[in-house]
Structure formats: C-alpha cells, structure tokens
Design a protein around this ligand. Sequence first.
Ligand code: ARG
Length: 398
Amino acid sequence: MEKIVLAYSGGLDTTCIIPWLKEKYGARVVAFCALLGESEDTEALRERARKAGADEFYFRDLTGEFINDYAFPALRAGAVYEDSYLLATALARPLIASWQVRIAGETGADAVAHGCTGKGNDQVRFEVTTGALDSSLKVLAPLRNWELTSREEELEYLRERGLSIDDRGGGKYSIDRNLWGISVECGELEDPWREPPRDSYIIVTPVEETPDEPQEVTLLFRNGNPAALDGEELEGPELVRRLNTIAGAHGVGRVDMVENRVVGIKSREVYESPAATVLFSALRALESIVLEKELVLNKRKLAIEYGRLVYEGKWFSPLREAIQNFSDTSAERLTGEVRVKLFKGRAVVTGRRSPRSAYVEELATYTEKDVFSHDAAEGFIELWGLPLRTWGGGKDDS
Ligand code: ARG
C-alpha cells in the first residue's frame, strides 16, 4: 500500500484512522471530505486532518450532484426500503465512494479506506461501490479489525501521538446527516419498546409542539423532478432545504422503525426526511392522474426492488440502472402541480393537476355530463366474470 484515500468526516473514528493507517502500512494518506448539504467549516476540517497526519486534503461540495443525480432519481423511481425508509444515508454512500475512486485515480492512490463498523450497511455500500467502479483498488476498513475498542481508547491513542482533539461526536446517538435526510441510531433507541426521547429530534418538531394551524404548499414537478415550491422556481438543493424547514416544523417526515440490515441484524432506526416525505407523497399523487394503470402497478413493484438494491449497496448495478431507465421513461409525463397540506405530522395531498393528466371528468362523473358507456359495462362484466361462472356457477357440488 502506497497511498490511501480515506473518506474523512472529521469525527473521532476517521481522525484516528489517519495515524493508524500511516503507522500500519507506512502509506501516504489522502483525507477526502464530502459535503452533502450540511454546512461544514472546511478550514477546521483541513486543519484537523493535517494535524492527524494527512498528507493531502480534498474537499468537495457534492450537494448538487447528490440531490440531482442520486436523491431525485430515487424519488422518480419511488424507492423506499421496507415501506418506510427513504434511503438518505444509503444514497449518499455510493456517491462518496465514487468520488473516493475518482480521487484515488487523480492522486495515484492504490487503496481507499472508510470508517464504518463491521455491523452496519455502510461498509457494504462503500466496498461494493468501490469494487464496481475500480476492482483494482484495495479497500481498508480499520474499524473492523483495529485494537481500539472504545472512544476512550481512541482518544488515548491520539493523545499518545501528541494529538488532542475535542471529541465533538460521542453524543448519545450515532447520527448520519445529509440534505435528503438524517439517520439516528444507538443509545436509548436500541430498546425498540422505548419511545424515542425528545433529544432524538433534529429537524422535525415533535407533533406535540407543532403549530395548531395547517400550512399548504404547492409543488411543481417537471418530468418527475421537483421544480418549484409555491410558484418559485428553485434548484433542487434549495427546494429541498426550504421544504425540510417548512415540513419539519409541522412534524412531517419522522420514521421510527425496526429494519433488517444487510448483515442480518434487526436494528431500530429513527429517520427524519421532511422534504423527501412530502415529495414522495406529492409525486405519487401526480402519478395517479398521469400514469396509465398497468404502468403504476408495475412501477410500484419495481420500486420495491430498486429500494432494496440501494439499501444493499448496489447503486452501481445493471438492475438498478435498468429500473432507473424504466422509471425515467414513465416519469417523462410527470409534469404538473400538487398541493399538500402539512399538519400535525402529516402531509396530506389536497389537489393535483397536470397538462398530461389522463383523468377525464366526463368519464368519472355521476352527473348528466357523463359520457361513459353503461351498456358496454354490461357486456364487459359478462365476459370478465365468465371464468368464475363456469368454475363455480352457483352450484352446490359438495
Ligand atoms: N440504518 C441506516 C442505513 O443503513 C442508517 C445508517 C446510519 N449510519 C450511521 N453511520 N449512523 O442506511
């Protein structure tokens, strides 16, 4: 190993990894820090990495790429894991890993490293992505096999090397955060019977504390992509940022679930993704007036597969890409507006319209404007029910 590109967060684990890699392999370490919509003090990160011994430091603001090329495609596909998780963390990993691979190429590195533990999904996502993009790179996961077993030991390890860093992590929970959503786990949440404590709320307000007046937002979609909020055209990240604030204040977007991890463990997770939650409901409402019946049905089935692939680290896979193509083709007509009412933790669609709508009021109506062919219904039912009439026929054959 000559040079290693480390996915660096600035936290205690990845800071410790820098000297550890250098000592263990005698390699040069490139610390790579990705921004996914949260503000970061770049200079403080650079300084921290340098102090820990990083030979090079790379910083990339990937917020736009994350929202436009990962989050929105997953939205168009309707991807959800186990009915609830909107995949914010899972979508971020392949993006970060793809940039690690890229930077490895640019800096002539022969290995990449990450700070994930051996029990989670993130290690799988990082490593499967790296393998899919450049199988010649070695992947190192120090947390899986180093001798440091607690935060205290990690701090001591740094102290022995003359490095004292403020342990700004080490909170009650393990939190992963980006603009699409926040994942909260560990601590008191490990007891699935226990209600998530007040301090596990980050950008979503507990329903008990939300306003007593509802708020309505109007979303415009173009080809399945969010394009405007309340009549104002916005870039993806800005739209998501504003919608997070508005919906989060009404308690929308909290999920409390026990999920099945790739490695076989069941784990209790709390998620916050207010904007994504509203956008998912709104896009479904738009689909309901635009898409043809069979298309919706099959899109739903494929969305389950797509969600599972993303969760399991297979973003860069032929199946995910094929389902993406299917979803994107069906999303071509998804242009229109949806009105959503936010109130006490719920996002309720109150209106939808589209220039591509397939909803025909003259067919649906029960008034005199009706043009539906009632005679045809009679013949239709005659044939539709034929198999069941010949099967049972009302005869008692017991
Ligand atoms: N269980 C979620 C997932 O697999 C969240 C992982 C959160 N990661 C973290 N480092 N806290 O996507």
